[in-house]
Design a protein around this ligand. Structure first.
Ligand code: UDP
Length: 236
């Protein structure tokens, strides 16, 4: 598969065309941003870790019956994926209070919920990805009611599979962000990435943070945390 023109460059990834119009090539970078691009930096080795971790999770999810855009890992940092049109919603699942949830409701981090929660943000950098409810998403034609119901069911399934997997490597899955895409057939599939950039991971025993919060909050040992997560996942 030939790598052709750059179609899109985001904060953490580049997306290239290939000689097959239904196939794209994703190239993961070491660049890191936080707070809607206000904080910038690099995390050495992150691109390769996020590529490999994402692909591990996508394959695990496929085995459990979740359809994804994953096709094939072709190098340390590069992966072939199915072309989708991204549904412009960030889908956030939470098992434990943290981040914007704790801030919005004035509660401490670390409250374990009786049931997981779901929320959506409208993917729009100019607006700062505002929180949105499903009625507003439908009104704005970001997705249909049926697509939103499908996305919700898939997101909770992803949570069940990942919670169990991470528990087996001594990690609490606190929360995470998913993105979904539509194939040319109209089928909804899981897209984007699943990595320490997009999930909160806490060590089950010590509650040490093993994710991008180490970068966001200047906690130090950022690279160590990413390496630790990769080590635990690939020791399975
Ligand atoms: N998240 C993400 N991209 C975003 C916003 C959030 O991947 O643009 C992830 C984040 O890493 C965390 C979860 O979604 O695992 C919930 O994030 P939250 O709403 O608490 O926002 P934050 O505190 O990160 O601003």
């Amino acid at each position: 598969m030939e790598k052709k023109e750059l179609l899109y460059e985001g904060k953490a990834k580049k997306v290239f065309a290939t000689d097959d119009k239904e196939v794209l090539l994703v190239d993961y970078k070491d660049d890191a941003t936080a707070f809607n691009g206000l904080k910038k930096g690099t995390i050495a080795g992150k691109g390769s870790i996020n590529n490999r971790v994402t692909n591990y999770m996508m394959q695990l999810l496929e085995k459990e019956g979740v359809k994804t855009h994953f096709i094939k890992e072709i190098s340390d940092r590069e992966t072939l994926v199915k072309r989708v049109s991204i549904v412009p919603l960030e889908v956030i699942i939470r098992n434990i209070s943290a981040g914007s949830f704790a801030k919005r409701y004035g509660v401490e981090e670390g409250i374990v919920f009786a049931e997981p929660t779901i929320e959506f943000s409208y993917k729009n950098d100019d607006l700062g990805d505002p929180l949105i409810n499903s009625y507003h998403a439908i009104a704005l034609k970001l997705a249909t009611r049926e697509e939103i119901e499908k996305i919700k069911a898939m997101a909770f399934k992803v949570n069940e599979v990942m919670k169990k997997f991470f528990a087996s490597v001594g990690v609490d899955l606190v929360d995470f962000k998913l993105e979904f895409g539509k194939l040319s057939t109209g089928e909804i599939v899981l897209a984007d990435e699943i990595s320490p950039d997009t999930c909160r991971f806490w060590d089950s025993k010590t509650h040490e943070k093993l994710d991008k919060d180490r970068f966001r909050r200047d906690l130090g040992n950022v690279e160590d945390a990413y390496n630790e997560m990769m080590g635990r996942i690939f020791s399975k």
